[in-house]
Design a protein around this ligand. Structure first.
Ligand code: SF4
Length: 124
């Protein structure tokens, strides 16, 4: 099995809040028995978009042996995400299908902001 970058979850730090589940567009992360787990490693692309959303610092990227990323399976999983779990901009509500969204940390919260609203955050 080849080595590649993939998400690592520190079980000691994870409190099972679930904030990392929805942002994982590929659906690789699920909560099992109160802890986040990468259930299907082939769905994790190792991009690390979930990392800044974890309030516990439980997520990191590591290089290890893992099944190759399966883009086709990830696209199928993304298309099957339940209604109402689309990621939206916390300021204007624009969804990920309409605009590029960027994870931000504000006052201890992990949020998503669209590229239209981001300048307002930077410049006030
Ligand atoms: S965001 Fe962090 S603490 Fe919350 S479930 Fe995911 S890994 Fe665990």
């Amino acid at each position: 099995m080849p080595k590649r970058k993939i998400v690592r979850i520190d079980e000691e730090k994870c409190n099972g809040c679930g904030l990392c589940v929805t942002p994982c567009a590929e659906g690789a992360i699920q909560i099992v028995d109160g802890k986040a787990r990468v259930l299907r490693e082939e769905l994790c692309d190792g991009a690390g978009f979930c990392l800044p959303l974890c309030p516990q610092g439980a997520l990191s990227l590591e290089e290890r042996e893992a099944p190759a990323f399966d883009a086709q399976a990830a696209a199928v999983a993304a298309a099957q995400r339940p209604a109402g779990t689309e990621i939206t901009c916390f300021k204007c509500g624009t969804g990920e299908q309409s605009s590029a969204l960027i994870p931000v940390r504000i006052k201890g919260e992990s949020l998503w902001v669209c590229t239209h609203c981001l300048p307002q955050l930077i410049h006030g």
